[in-house]
Design a protein around this ligand. Structure first.
Ligand code: NAD
Ligand code: IPM
Ligand code: MN
Length: 353
């Protein structure tokens, strides 16, 4: 099992270091894995001038799975778009055809008070957001900024083909079968043709899954329902941009964006695993970032890419125990708990492995 480690920028190296310790612990314990690091994002721009250098392209194509920290930073905000760190990430997703982004939103009971919502609203929360990741306005053409009638206009294209919608819908329905059997598809069909097609194709695909209950919701309402009564949701399936926004919103139900892992999969189980958050430049280099989203992403990697269910649950159990023992990074801290830094949180997870 060859794993490419792309730490990236900002807090990326700090959080990936803790996840790497977890993987190395499992290797010492007999799991056969090989780790190789590569450059992606701003650090790659600094070293080579490109956010996704050729060596990294080779590495991720050869690897069986990729673990990524995060990319991006203020320093790169004035670069041309194709040189931006984020472009490196988008290109990997497209190159590996990672169309299915799974973002589990799970509240660990110990963090009920860390959530900004009342504990009773979030207790027992377990949602899976299935976000389409290689289409939509992120990749649609035409796009650009150009001169029209004496002023500049900016434009992007929201576009989905039937086959792109169908394949992500199948992922959502199949996931629902292993859960509570409910899918809520989120769109904006009252305004956007692209998402009218989305609704039509999801509805059509649902006919193959009579055992799954499908509902539809407009995205503005979905954003509101997520904070009003989040437990009404089981699986949420939506497009690339709505999924990006709703998953950051949903993360706060669990206490912190530093708690949410993700898996981005293609149809060959090749996966890229990363926390849903970014490079957090405001806290980088201070040993205060929460590494649990990244550590939990390694569990998703072992489960989805390598079928190592035992190792995956071992990591997840260690995280649960750490929270039970009261270890908290700053983002999930409450009085009476043990405040720890990024490295110490890694220590605590390893101690519980
Ligand atoms: P962000 O997710 O980096 O940070 C948002 C807020 O959450 C910040 O206050 C940050 O300190 C906090 N936060 C994030 N992760 C945390 C963690 N593990 N522990 C504790 N607190 C955490 O979003 P942003 O500030 O909008 O973006 C910063 C940069 O990251 C931008 O360049 C953006 O493009 C990039 N970004 C990258 C990815 C990725 O690589 N997958 C994802 C999102 C944003
Ligand atoms: C995410 C990020 C990325 C996205 C950016 C950095 C390209 O926000 O993974 O959620 O928008 O998909
Ligand atoms: Mn995002």
């Amino acid at each position: 099992m060859k794993i490419a480690l792309l730490a990236g920028d900002g807090i990326g190296p700090e959080i990936v270091a803790q996840a790497e310790r977890v993987l190395r612990f499992l290797m010492a314990d007999g799991l056969k894995m090989e780790l190789e690091s590569g450059l992606l994002g701003g650090c790659a721009v600094d070293a080579t001038g490109e956010p996704f250098p050729e060596a990294t392209r080779k590495l991720v194509i050869e690897a069986d799975a990729v673990l990524l920290g995060a990319v991006g930073g203020l320093k790169y905000d004035n670069l041309p778009r194709e040189k931006r760190p984020e472009q490196g990430l988008l290109t990997i997703r497209k190159t590996l055809n990672l169309f299915a982004n799974l973002r589990p939103v799970i509240l660990y009971p110990e963090l009920a008070n860390a959530s900004t919502l009342k504990p009773e609203i979030v207790a027992g929360l377990d949602i899976l957001i299935v976000r389409e990741l290689t289409g939509d306005i992120y990749f649609g053409q035409p796009r650009g900024i150009e001169q029209r009638d004496g002023q500049r206009v900016g434009f992007n294209t929201m576009i989905y083909s039937e086959s792109e919608i169908r394949r992500i819908a199948h992922i959502a329905f199949q996931a629902a079968r292993r859960r509570q059997g409910k899918v809520c598809s989120v769109d904006k069909m009252n305004v956007l043709e692209c998402t009218q097609l989305w609704r039509d194709i999801v509805t059509e695909t649902a006919q193959t899954y009579p055992d799954v209950a499908l509902t539809h919701m407009l995205v503005d309402n979905a954003a509101m329902q997520l904070v009003r009564d989040p437990k009404q949701f089981d699986v949420i399936v939506t497009g690339n941009m709505f999924g990006d926004i709703l998953s950051d919103e949903a993360s706060m139900l669990t206490g912190s964006i530093g708690m949410l892992p993700s898996a981005s999969l293609n149809d060959q189980n090749k996966g890229l695993y990363e926390p849903i958050h970014g490079s957090a430049p405001d806290i980088a280099g201070k040993n205060i970032a929460n590494p649990l989203a990244t550590i939990l992403s390694t569990a998703m990697m072992l489960r989805y890419s390598f079928n190592q269910e035992i190792a995956a649950s071992r990591i997840e159990h260690a995280v649960k125990k750490v929270l039970k023992q009261g270890y908290r990074t700053a983002d999930i801290f409450e009085s009476g708990m043990k405040r720890v830094g990024t490295v110490e949180m890694g220590d605590a997870v390893l101690a519980n492995m």
